[in-house]
Design a protein around this ligand. Structure first.
Ligand code: AMP
Length: 424
């Protein structure tokens, strides 16, 4: 029998990668909280109906990508494919709308979609999701977008991404544009890829999103949605742009940015990179003013975005992150182990990462281990040193060594860690 492997499209995040995940998650929390967002933690599965109603029956997600199952009680449940629907369900269920508006919430965690796995696209993946609820003002759209840009700035990735924004108009006036689009596309149907021919019948707006080269000449000449905005939607978009300009946020207006979910109105936006091949969208979002009401909640508007964390971590792959312990403590023999154990514990209680040998191995072997761990220092305590109440502190890079009294060793390590600017 061969050993079992993880399910296709689902991956382990191994310790070598974890520091980058922690870095991304810490930056998300720090930036979002500075903008007044508070964390909400949501269940990983919900009633299937929530997603059918909240995302839209005609979307690819609901039609083809959900992990839906019946539980033992016969209820149809679905692993969440995105966080917005769950977050709004919680907002309504717990009456959070009575709080001062906008109610600002964020959540981090795994999502599940049955998609074709490839580099940067998985069946279990992670998102940071942010929503500002209950405020219609275009400044909120701009503020949310600026926060997204600042998050990338905090990770020093701002220069490697491009912000695209668009307005897809109001739900009431969008059918006018869709009719114009269908009128334009129908005579050109044969030139479209098979997928777009289906989209033309089911969800024509999505044709604008297609990345297939054959479709591009047709898409480029399609009528622009920006010419079909209602006066209110046009004014809203103009105001979002002015607010972004006032904050010095750089963007490209992309009239073909329509996004995959049914619920968006007015503002849509995406952050794109040229570094990840076909999976070039790192984050995306928009405004969804009718959605909360559609889920039987108050008539509150909303605007938000989701960041794909796997893609963030991929972008950070060339950024060095140190997670090595500061020192390896090497007791030679059992008596030395008993002296070093409590000192290691004290250093660790202060947040200083140290590794410990257990006294049974030869010094040479332990020094090899120190090299492989990549620690900065080795602390050696044999019978000689112990008899004098001391240990040898050896800097691995230079080979320089000095003696330190055992009573001061923990403090010395803590001081070294502070000097190394470790997170202590
Ligand atoms: P969406 O919820 O589809 O708007 O996606 C928001 C972001 O999540 C995208 O920009 C991607 O970065 C990320 N994302 C979406 N689907 C996947 C997936 N299957 N695997 C990895 N990341 C994904």
């Amino acid at each position: 029998m061969s050993p079992l492997k993880a399910v296709r499209g689902v991956r382990d995040i191994l310790p070598g990668e974890s520091p980058r995940w922690q870095q991304v998650e810490a930056a998300a929390r720090a930036v979002f909280e500075a903008y007044g967002y508070r964390e909400i933690r949501l269940p990983l599965f919900e009633r299937t109906e929530l997603f059918a109603r909240g995302i839209g029956d005609e979307t690819d997600i609901v039609k083809k990508e959900m992990y839906t199952f019946e539980d033992r009680g016969g209820e149809s449940l679905t692993l969440r494919p995105e966080a917005t629907a769950s977050l709004l369900r919680a907002y309504i269920e717990h009456g959070l709308h009575v709080q001062p508006k906008p109610v600002r919430l964020y959540t981090l965690g795994p999502m599940f979609r049955y998609e074709r796995p490839q580099a940067g696209r998985y069946r279990q993946f992670h998102q940071a999701d942010v929503e500002a609820l209950g405020e219609i003002h275009p400044a909120v759209d701009a503020e949310v977008i600026a926060m997204l840009v600042d998050f990338f700035g905090a990770l020093r990735l701002a220069d490697r991404l491009e912000l695209h924004i668009n307005s897809i108009g109001d739900a009431g006036t969008r059918p006018v544009y869709v009719a114009r689009l269908v009128e334009y596309l129908t005579p050109r149907r044969e030139g479209l890829c098979p997928e777009c021919r289906t989209r033309l019948d089911r969800n024509p707006l999505r044709v604008l999103d297609c990345k297939v080269p054959d479709c591009q000449p047709i898409i480029e000449k399609a009528p622009s949605i920006l010419d079909s905005l209602s006066p209110e939607a046009a004014q809203h978009f103009e105001s979002v742009r002015q607010c972004l300009d006032a904050m010095g946020v750089r963007y490209t207006v992309n009239p073909r940015l329509v996004r995959g979910l049914d619920y968006y109105v007015r503002t849509t936006f995406e952050l794109l990179t040229t570094e990840l091949g076909a999976q070039n969208a790192v984050a995306g979002g928009g405004r969804y003013d009718g959605l909360i009401k559609q889920l039987e909640g108050p008539p509150d508007p909303g605007v938000g975005f989701a960041i794909g964390l796997e893609r963030m971590v991929l972008l950070l792959r060339d950024v060095e992150v140190a997670a090595t312990p500061l020192a390896l403590l090497i007791p030679l023999g059992d008596a030395a182990l008993k002296r070093l154990l409590p000192l290691a514990r004290r250093a660790r209680q202060e947040g200083v990462g140290v590794e410990l040998g257990y006294g049974g191995r030869k010094l040479q072997k332990e020094l090899e281990r120190a090299n492989r761990l990549g620690v900065g220092w080795a602390v050696i305590a044999g019978e000689n040193e112990l008899a004098q109440g001391e240990a040898v502190l050896k800097e691995m890079k230079t080979g320089e060594q000095r003696r330190v009294p055992l009573t001061r060793l923990a403090d010395e390590l803590i001081a070294l860690a502070r000097g190394r600017k470790d997170p202590v």
